[in-house]
Design a protein around this ligand. Structure first.
Ligand code: XMP
Length: 517
């Protein structure tokens, strides 16, 4: 990949920052997100073809508001400032930003201004309608533009919605082009990337694999690493990437924490050892985890305990191998954002991010933190991973512990495992598994009265959760054909000892989350 094929997003803390990077990668331009503190020197060394300043929650005049190294504007690289990024550019280059009379949140309409200085259209709006629906989220507005800048679009209330400097190729837009509600967002991005920044659009996931493997090689070189394997696509892809870079210096550690699905430990071991020829150590830590979880009902506590215990097991195994420097994890972007970044608030501490103990003996090697789930699957395809593994539904690190609500014990786990197995089996038989993004059973800890034979029963209720989603950030419940639900329910109550009732969860995310804990 030539260096000019790199677009850099400087992160000012918006929830949408990763979405910008993803949209750019969808256009076959490689994109990396760097902290807003990155200076011109470092950027120059990377030699990007474009710099994008993301949105952010602050006002540019607020105390401690994130700034920018002014020398970045002297690099001769096209810059696109989005929302906060535009306001920062305006302030930094001598224009004026002020608090608006009222904020603008949600749908808005902009009018593209004809360039008064030439017959040409503003390059990022070329060929697009004069009136466009966009999505805004801001309070501050640009009062006056810095010298050399022109106004490219106005809102209906005559605020500056887009500005640009034609000679320097600096663009500022007040709206969010990365969200789908902005009608021509993708087209504006296209024009910025290909007409203004002149990217070739030749980057692919294949080049991602290549550059990630060489990056890992550079960072970890001849050092030794261990990888925590769960059998899911994320940790497997992370392991395969690191394996390509480090070869036998990578040892995979598969911890059976007793919170896995039926037959999972056996399947995982077989796949890794036989299909990939990887070095895999199997650790039976079932009793250890279940003892630690005794009496614990708080979901966040469960996550922290499991996260901490995982790391401890890894450390112990790594110490046995000796001279290990890195711990490889399959953390993906959704895990990072939902555990809270500097600006986003904590939703759940996923075991492999927020749940990490503060003191760790190993450094983390996480090659997938900038990717969304569907992007990881594209990498999996490049790595020739069998579809069955690449398309396996996501499974949370804390496993069944967050699907047994309240205290976890072996008896409840066993009931849940059996119900979950039947559920997946029936869905596969109905050929619906690949239509669903995530599917599982939950044991809510509710017992109810039923009748089996002529006898009254008082047994567990099991809930079924099936959702569709693109990246786990939002989700909708799956519309099952009734006859499939009927088969699932019939088999579960007949075959699983301890369950006499099956319910179906019809909640979307938000307001629900996908998991129940
Ligand atoms: P929620 O429940 O937050 O789940 O809507 C979104 C996605 O993340 C998975 N998930 C986790 N994954 N550790 C993980 O590795 C966790 O602690 C965790 N909690 C939720 C969940 O299965 C879904 O795919």
């Amino acid at each position: 990949m030539s260096r000019e094929e790199l677009a850099v997003v400087l992160d000012y803390g918006a929830q949408y920052t990763q979405l910008i990077a993803r949209r750019i990668r969808e256009k076959n331009v490689y994109c990396e997100i760097l902290p807003h503190t990155t200076d011109a020197e470092k950027l120059k060394a990377l030699s990007p073809g474009a710099i994008i300043l993301s949105g952010g929650p602050q006002s540019v005049y607020a105390e401690g508001a994130p700034g920018i190294d002014p020398k970045i504007f002297e690099l001769g690289v096209p810059v696109l400032g989005i929302c906060y990024g535009m306001q920062l550019m305006v302030k930094e280059l001598g224009g004026e930003v002020r608090k608006g009379d009222s904020g603008e949140y949600g749908k808005s309409v902009i009018n593209i201004e004809q360039d008064k200085h030439s017959d040409e259209l503003v390059p990022i709006f070329e060929g697009l309608p004069q009136k466009q629906n966009v999505w805004m989220s801001h309070r501050d507005i640009v009062e006056s533009v810095p010298s050399g800048f022109r106004v490219a679009a106005l809102t209906e209330s005559s605020y500056k919605a887009a500005i640009y400097h034609p000679e320097k190729n600096f663009y500022g837009i007040q709206f969010h082009l990365e969200v789908k509600h902005t009608e021509y967002g993708e087209d504006v991005l296209d024009r910025f990337l290909f007409n203004v920044a002149n990217f070739s659009g030749s980057w692919t996931m294949d080049s991602y694999v290549e550059s990630m493997v060489s990056k890992i090689y550079k960072e970890a070189g001849d050092k030794k690493a261990v990888c925590g394997i769960s059998g899911g696509v994320d940790s497997s892809v992370a392991a395969l990437l690191v394996h390509q870079a480090l070869g036998d210096n990578l040892t995979c550690i598969f911890v059976n924490h007793g919170l896995l699905r039926k037959n999972e430990p056996e399947e995982v071991l077989q796949t890794l050892r036989d299909e990939y020829n990887m070095k895999v150590i199997y650790v039976d830590a079932v009793d250890r985890f279940l003892n630690k979880l005794k009496g614990v009902v708080d979901p966040e506590k469960k996550r922290k305990i499991i996260g901490e215990e995982f790391i401890r097991v890894f450390e112990e195994e790594a110490n046995k191998i000796g001279d290990i420097d890195f711990l490889v994890q399959g953390t993906i972007y959704t895990d990072v954002i939902e555990s809270g970044t500097d600006s986003a608030s904590v939703i759940k501490s996923h075991h492999n991010v927020g749940g990490l103990p503060e003191k760790m003996e190993l450094s983390l090697l996480e090659p997938l933190t900038s990717l969304f789930k569907d992007e990881v699957r594209k990498v999996a395809k490049e790595l020739k991973m069998p579809d069955e593994l690449a398309w396996r539904h996501p499974f949370p690190g804390p496993g069944l512990a967050i699907r047994v609500l309240g205290e976890v014990n072996e008896e409840k786990l066993e009931i849940l495992r059996e119900a979950d197995y039947i559920l997946i089996d029936e869905v596969r038989k109905a050929d619906l598994y690949n239509d669903i993004w995530q599917l599982f059973a939950v044991l809510p800890g509710v017992k109810s009265v039923g009748v089996k034979g002529d006898e009254r029963s008082y047994e567990h209720t099991v809930a079924i959760r099936a959702v569709n989603s693109q990246d786990g950030m939002t989700a909708d419940w799956y519309r099952f054909p009734y006859e499939v639900l009927e088969k699932i329910s019939h088999r579960i109550v007949n075959e699983v000892q301890g369950i006499n009732r099956v319910v179906y969860d019809i909640t979307s995310k938000p307001p629900g989350t996908i998991e129940w804990e």
